[in-house]
Write a protein that binds this ligand. Structure first.
Ligand code: MLT
Length: 316
């Protein structure tokens, strides 16, 4: 009976009438949440289950990641996270989970460019004017982010380093709430993903100064923005990759079902249209394979660790 039960348990995913929760480790309304909601929609059919998004924000995304690391390994709780998975090991010296050991890697989702934006009342209409304004306001410029380990934190760090200019950082539980304050003029600048900024830029509710990719973007609202390399920041390049994870110990058959469903979802024309409309590039390469996803994250940890250490920033 025991063997039969184990066998049944491993193959018994999804459990009938049990939801699959995609945990987003940031507040609702931000770019990670945006990707998760579009993905939940596209996963419903291939998974044959109700898929919901659960926001578990805080500590730069580590609270939500830990929640999944410690969840039942039954496939019904998965994590959607981004490049923060590769910066947190260097930032958090007491991280409550081991990134490479405590998760099953389910495959990657997309790559999202970032934009440097400012409040609409900033007296600067291009990067040169922004630089002038910043130099005239040394010690008074602030930058919003989603906490240490967030993509907006990493980009902000690289931006300050490249500008050789210190800013006060204002952390939020996500760049959704941060955007609210930027729109209200409470903060000056933010480096955030196009999945959250392209609509506001198009509606001219924020000022846009540059993009963080090596090449200019093609989406109409963003195509005229210079890259940070064009405005003098050598080798500045960061795009925010997103991947899906399950707790370590999730049965291989369940990991396969989740990965198969992810591959179907990423080919869903609706999902692709939504994501590409926001400047995101849906993954189609080998990073869709769990083993390649895991290798990619290990390489990213090795890449970003020294950048974080050089900045001398620690979260704890
Ligand atoms: C980040 O900066 O990591 C994300 O924008 C956080 C979020 O999705 O709110």
């Amino acid at each position: 009976a025991a063997v039969a039960t184990v066998g049944a348990h491993a193959a018994d995913f999804p459990v009938k009438d049990k939801v699959v929760s995609i945990v987003v480790p940031f507040a609702a309304g931000g770019p990670t949440d945006r990707v998760a909601r579009d993905l939940a929609e596209a996963l419903r059919k291939p998974l044959g289950a109700t898929v919901v998004v659960e926001n578990a924000a805080g500590a730069g995304g580590t609270i939500g990641a830990n929640k999944v690391a410690k969840a039942q390994p039954d496939g019904h709780t998965v994590l959607l996270h981004h490049i923060g998975m590769s910066t947190q090991p260097a930032l958090y010296r007491n991280l409550p989970y081991k990134t490479m050991d405590d998760f099953e890697f389910l495959g990657m989702v997309n790559d999202v460019p970032m934009t440097v934006i400012g409040r609409s009342t900033l007296p600067a209409n291009n990067f040169a004017e922004l630089r002038t304004w910043m130099n005239a306001n040394k010690g008074k410029v602030n930058l919003a982010n989603a906490g240490l380990g967030a993509a907006s934190h990493l980009c902000g760090l690289m931006f300050m380093e490249a500008m050789q200019f210190d800013m006060t950082t204002v952390p939020y539980k996500g760049t959704g709430p941060a955007m609210t304050d930027l729109l209200g003029g409470q903060v000056d600048l933010m480096c955030d993903q196009t999945t959250n900024t392209s609509g506001q830029i198009e509606a001219k509710k924020v000022k846009a100064f540059a993009v963080t990719t090596a090449k200019r973007l093609s989406t109409p609202a963003l195509k005229d923005l210079p890259t940070l390399q064009e405005v003098g920041m050598k080798n500045f390049e960061v795009t925010i990759w997103h991947g899906m994870y399950a707790p370590k110990g999730t049965p291989a058959a369940t990991v396969k079902k989740l990965n198969d469903a992810l591959k179907v979802a990423l080919k869903d024309p609706e999902f692709i249209k939504k994501q590409e409309g926001l400047g995101a590039i849906v993954v189609t390469d080998k990073r869709l394979e769990p083993a390649e996803h895991k290798k990619f994250v290990a390489a990213e940890i090795a890449k970003w660790g020294p950048v974080i250490k050089k900045a001398g920033v620690y979260a704890d």
